[in-house]
Write a protein that binds this ligand. Structure first.
Ligand SMILES: [Fe+2]
Ligand SMILES: [Fe+2]
Length: 342
């Protein structure tokens, strides 16, 4: 039988101090007004992917190549958005452990919920387009579909490599560092979903993109507000980690926002050709994936925006030669090092 724990309540007036960090804040401090506003917006703008007008989507009006190509894009997005709920849930726990102010906790809760909506949206789109709920076990109908499924296998493998590293990184880093990586995803995501909304003709996808884009805009506002709060007075060592994380985030998120850099993503030689072929077909079917040029411009603008933010706090920006941005050379980034999400 277990020894009964030593009772303290009989011996002292007040209990000993609780060891920190502890998951249990008993405090509702609220300093950052902007974050409370974003939380209130998140409540107002709540949406349910399952209640979008799915009955207007006639999958039979698409060829199998078109269906597989559109499902491929949603599968690519899922590599980021289906990992986002656990990633933000982990970060949400951290906001409680470090006793963050009440509106920060609320905002992280809202991001976790939003990201799950995005993941649900991916699942609904894939399931409708393929007639099967899982792109990895689906039986491809076309030769292109077979090559795209191979791509998805490799994406899934690569995406799965960062979870262990992420879990180890969360307790190690300040929220300030975590936010720098989150912000890059949010800046670029807000833009790409706006473009997808503008250029897609299928009502249910348009509606999905409108909602997702609005969510990402809020996520960006959350990151900006926390950075404004925390970045003045960041010590040089933390600044260096932020610089490295920006480069890591670029490499990671390029796969969905631009094209995956092969020195970072472990992918077969025909990967990009297959993906471009699918994107052409999806675009031809009225699914608004930006062109190579538009993605390049979008990604470059997102980086310049972010550079503008970091410059304000004298945080060195990494070189991103892929989109023509000079800066500090960062070369030793591995999948295990990254924190970014989408
Ligand atoms: Fe998202
Ligand atoms: Fe997001």
């Amino acid at each position: 039988m277990a020894q009964p724990k030593e009772r303290l309540a009989d011996k002292m007036e007040l209990p000993p101090a609780t060891e920190q960090p502890n998951v249990y804040p008993l405090s509702w401090r609220s300093h950052t007004r902007k974050l409370q506003e974003v939380w209130e917006a998140a409540l107002r703008e709540n949406w349910d992917p399952e209640r979008l007008p799915w009955d207007t989507l006639d999958v039979d009006s698409y060829s199998w190549e078109e269906r597989e190509s559109i499902a491929y894009w949603w599968s690519l997005l899922s590599v980021f958005d289906a990992s986002a709920p656990p990633v933000f849930a982990e970060a949400l726990v951290k906001t409680y452990e470090v006793h963050e102010e009440d509106p920060v906790r609320k905002c992280f809760f809202s991001v976790t919920r939003d990201e799950q909506n995005h993941e649900i949206m991916c699942g609904l789109a894939i399931t409708k387009m393929l007639g099967h709920p899982d792109p990895l076990t689906y039986q491809p109908r076309t030769e292109l579909g077979r090559r795209l499924q191979k791509n998805v296998h490799w994406l899934y493998y690569n995406g799965g490599r960062y979870w262990t590293g992420y879990k180890q990184a969360v307790p190690k880093y300040d929220l300030a560092v975590l936010f720098s990586s989150f912000l890059m995803g949010e800046i670029a995501a807000a833009t790409i979903f706006k473009q997808m909304y503008d250029n897609s003709r299928e009502a249910v996808f348009k509606e999905g993109f409108r909602n997702i884009g609005r969510d990402e805009g809020r996520h960006m506002a959350i990151c900006m507000a926390v950075m404004e709060r925390d970045y003045p007075g960041l010590d040089p060592a933390t600044k260096a980690v932020v610089t490295k994380q920006i480069r890591a985030g670029y490499l990671f998120l390029s796969a969905v926002l631009f094209e995956p850099p092969m020195e970072f993503w472990d992918l077969p030689a025909d990967f990009i050709a297959n993906q471009r072929e699918a994107e052409d077909i999806a675009r031809g079917a009225g699914f608004g994936i930006p062109t190579y040029e538009a993605k390049l411009q979008n990604w470059k603008n997102a980086m310049l925006n972010l550079k503008g933010v970091l410059d304000r706090y004298a945080i060195p920006f990494p070189a991103i030669p892929e989109v023509g941005i000079t800066g500090e050379e960062i070369s030793d980034v591995a999948m295990e090092d990254i924190i970014p999400v989408f």
